[in-house]
Write a protein that binds this ligand. Structure first.
Ligand SMILES: NC(=O)C1=CN([C@@H]2O[C@H](COP(=O)(O)OP(=O)(O)OC[C@H]3O[C@@H](n4cnc5c(N)ncnc54)[C@H](O)[C@@H]3O)[C@@H](O)[C@H]2O)C=CC1
Ligand SMILES: CC(C)CC(=O)C(=O)O
Ligand SMILES: [Mg+2]
Length: 368
């Protein structure tokens, strides 16, 4: 199989962990006789430095033509003084919106080797297997107006959704729940927000089409509590953009680290952008200690979801699990009696677990 993959390393640890994903994909290409052609482009702060804007036209064009996109992370204190519309994060929001990537899938699964690495009690986290489906191109992050007024003494952000935006993500959630345990938790704030009341109505209407799916509505504040007191309660969660952003970072304490979690940002036709859920981690950037596994698992997610390469994705996940079972961990994980390794060492361990064969010339690397 020949695939064109756009790489958007971005900023901070984004650059470091993208190297890891690329290395793993190169080995997979060799092992399974595929050709992955990589096109690297700038986004976020790196793009502001090089082009004066967080999402240059050529990055967007290349992404539109790619078979899939891998993204590291954007942002950092260097760009904090940028005007709001030109911050690194705007590059990420714009690419999601421009490509129509309305559904962000964030799986949170306890890794048996890491059950003791969670700050939560082992008997609470064991068996957790959750998929958060987050609406990604609407809500507060995109609402207009969003501005200061009255000489900076008042401020407005806008939470707005069109019916079709809610319908398509809720439909996606029901379809996905059907492939899982058929238990869908819809998270909202319907006791306060009109947008949540409309969301709830649509969930209830859709549920008539999916009688096999058990649906529950949980208010977001209670959901935040329940997620870490009883994570095994949840199967598939669907929620709007801001709630999904917050709840998924919270849920990362279940497996033990934000650095472990992959995600897929997709639209109906399967085109996707794959990214770990964390940010650019300026506090550890450049130290070579970032956990590359969320990024590597995002590459596996891409192979399965966009290319239908299940065996290859399974192989990466197996190699990651094996490295953890062997007791290796990066500094973000609180592992007892394990061996502390760097980003590069963890990557090498995953690669060693994949294959010992050398990388062939069939892999063509294009750096644009
Ligand atoms: N998707 C993206 O590109 C995102 C970008 N950001 C941006 O990232 C910047 C930093 O934001 P923060 O709030 O600090 O969130 P963050 O997710 O970058 O970091 C939060 C904490 O988790 C740690 N961490 C994150 N990923 C890690 C990894 N792979 N390995 C080990 N430790 C890891 C960091 O060191 C930090 O202590 C900001 O500019 C923010 O806007 C934040 C979230 C998502
Ligand atoms: C625009 C972002 C930085 C949003 C975010 O935190 C995320 O998508 O996880
Ligand atoms: Mg986030």
């Amino acid at each position: 199989m020949k695939k064109q993959i756009v790489l958007l390393p971005g900023d901070g640890i984004g650059r470091e962990i993208m190297e890891s994903a690329k290395e793993v994909l190169q080995v997979i290409a060799e092992e399974f006789d595929h050709t992955f052609i990589f096109h690297e482009h700038a986004i976020g702060g790196a793009a502001i430095d090089a082009y004066g804007e967080p999402l240059p036209e050529e990055t967007l064009k290349a992404s539109e033509h790619a078979d899939a996109i891998l993204l590291g992370a954007v942002g950092g204190p260097k760009w904090d003084d940028q005007p709001v519309h030109n911050r690194p994060e705007q590059g990420l929001l714009k690419i999601r919106k421009s490509l129509g990537l309305f559904a962000n899938l964030r799986p949170i699964k306890i890794i048996p080797a890491l059950t003791h690495a969670s700050p939560l009690k082992e008997d609470i986290v064991s068996g957790s297997d959750i998929l958060i489906i987050r609406e990604l191109t609407g809500g507060l992050y995109f609402g207009k107006p969003s501005e200061r007024r009255n000489n900076g003494n008042s401020v407005v952000d806008t939470l707005s959704y069109e019916r079709y935006e809610m319908e398509r993500i809720i439909e996606k959630a029901f379809e996905t729940a059907m492939t899982r345990q058929k238990h869908l938790t819809s998270v909202d704030k319907a006791n306060v927000l009109e947008s949540s009341r409309m969301w709830r109505e649509i969930v209830d209407m859709k549920s008539n089409e999916y009688p096999e799916v058990t649906v529950e509505h949980v208010l977001v504040d209670a959901a935040a509590m329940k997620l870490i007191t009883n994570p095994a309660h949840f199967d598939t969660i669907v929620t709007e953009n801001l709630f999904g952003d917050i709840l998924s970072d919270e849920a990362s304490v279940i497996p033990g680290s934000l650095g472990l979690l992959p995600s897929a940002s997709v639209r109906e036709d399967g085109v996707g952008l794959y990214e770990p859920i964390h940010g650019s981690a300026p506090d550890i950037a450049g130290k070579g200690i970032a956990n590359p596994l969320g990024m590597i698992l995002s590459a596996a997610f891409m192979l399965r979801n966009s290319f239908g390469l299940d065996a290859e994705a399974n192989e990466i996940e197996r190699a990651v699990n094996e490295a953890l079972e062997q007791g290796y961990h990066t500094a973000d994980l609180q592992v007892k009696d394990g061996t502390l390794v760097s980003t590069k060492e963890m990557t090498e361990l995953v690669v060693e677990n994949l294959s010992t064969r050398s990388i062939s010339d069939s892999i063509c690397l294009t750096y644009v």
